[in-house]
Design a protein around this ligand. Structure first.
Ligand code: ADP
Ligand code: MG
Length: 235
């Protein structure tokens, strides 16, 4: 098992953003995590990556308890994520942004840059390597976000709405990109609102609502589940 999150709870004051979530991810999986806005999906990712401490519960990664490990240590073990709001350093070049991810594995700047160039090629940003990151539009930023994560050579990639704001054509290209990343041996957990993305990429989905898991199963099973339909319509 690559990720084993057990009874993860995250409180903000008295508010339970994630309530007793237990999710496991096996090597080679593409797991979908869906739910209405505010369901706790990004917060759950934050608990997995260590970007936020959990209130209770445990997280294991490839057998190691990482519940209290700092984000860099988790990243070094092979856990990478994209942020819902891209973490782009605007005044830096596209290449330098991607190099940040590569510096996790390469202390030699030239090697890190070579790795960054390789992942930029993989995500289709190779030609824009020397452009300032601020010149990128939404699709470019989303790709750069994935490139930065890939540059750290992860075992697992957590994608948080990496396709939001893309046109249908760009979404199809992004689906292909995720397929290629997965085929390259990276396990994927994907948060996405577009069901088309979830159905075409995943065979297994977990549904959150108000911090709690309300369903799990195949995309077809969960989308026909009355609890899930109610959760989406109730907002
Ligand atoms: P999702 O990603 O599923 O849309 P989030 O995980 O972003 O949901 O948010 C879950 C809930 O937790 C929301 O009600 C949100 O307002 C709240 N929340 C998220 N981050 C914080 C924070 N840093 N402080 C307080 N409340 C937060
Ligand atoms: Mg979110």
């Amino acid at each position: 098992m690559l990720i084993e999150a057990q009874s993860v709870t995250k409180m903000f004051g008295a508010f339970k953003a994630v309530d007793n979530a237990s999710v496991t991810v096996e090597e080679g999986d593409i797991l979908g995590l869906i739910g209405p806005n505010g369901a706790g999906k990004s917060t759950f990712f934050n608990c997995l990556t260590g970007d936020m401490p959990l209130t209770s519960g445990t997280v294991r990664f490839a057998g190691t308890d990482i519940t209290t490990a700092p984000p860099e240590e988790r990243a070094r073990l092979g856990l990478a994520r994209s942020f819902q709001v891209p973490l782009t350093f605007e005044s830096m070049s596209v290449l330098d942004n991607a190099t940040i991810g590569a510096l996790l594995r390469h202390h030699n700047a030239r090697e890190a840059q070579a790795k960054a160039r390789e992942v930029l090629d993989r995500v289709g940003l190779g030609r824009l390597a020397d452009a300032p990151a601020k010149s990128l539009g939404t699709p470019g930023r989303k790709r750069l976000e994935i490139a930065r994560a890939l540059a750290s050579e992860p075992k697992v990639l957590l994608l948080d709405e990496a396709m939001a704001g893309l046109t249908p054509t760009e979404v199809r290209e992004a689906i292909e990109l995720v397929r290629r990343i997965h085929a390259g041996g990276v396990t994927i957990v994907i948060v996405e609102h577009l069901m088309e993305v979830i159905t075409s990429l995943t065979r297994r989905v977990v549904v959150f609502h108000q911090g709690r898991e309300i369903a799990r199963g195949t995309p077809r099973e969960v989308t026909s589940d009355p609890h899930v339909i109610e959760a989406y319509l109730g907002r």
